[in-house]
Design a protein around this ligand. Structure first.
Ligand code: FES
Length: 105
């Protein structure tokens, strides 16, 4: 599945990620800067914060309550904020562009 991560300073990382992984894993395994994933994907750190464009949100699924609560702690939170570890990559996300916040934590 082709995923493009765009860092806050505009660098683009186009990577190929297997379906079934999540957006945090796709970034960290491919050394994309700006995604930390400190908790390893258990929805308790918010260092995998990213922005999913509105046009893709229906394909990315909705944030569960736990994710929404954790996002309250993310800096630079926006309406399109998601936790990357909670977005499972499926074929429907092929070609998606994920934007990353200025910093994590
Ligand atoms: Fe910690 Fe996503 S990796 S909340």
């Amino acid at each position: 599945v082709a995923i493009t991560y765009v860092t806050h300073d505009g660098q683009r990382y186009c990577v190929d990620v297997s379906a079934g992984m999540n957006l945090m894993e796709g970034a960290t395994l491919n050394m994309v800067p700006g995604v930390d994933g400190q908790c390893g994907g258990i929805c308790s750190c918010a260092t995998c914060h990213c922005y999913v464009p509105a046009s893709w949100q229906s394909r990315a699924g909705l944030a569960a309550d736990g994710e929404r609560q954790m996002l309250e702690h993310a800096k630079h939170r926006r309406d399109d904020s998601r936790l990357g570890c909670q977005v499972v990559i499926t074929d429907a996300l092929d070609g998606i562009e994920i934007h990353l916040p200025p910093e994590q934590g």
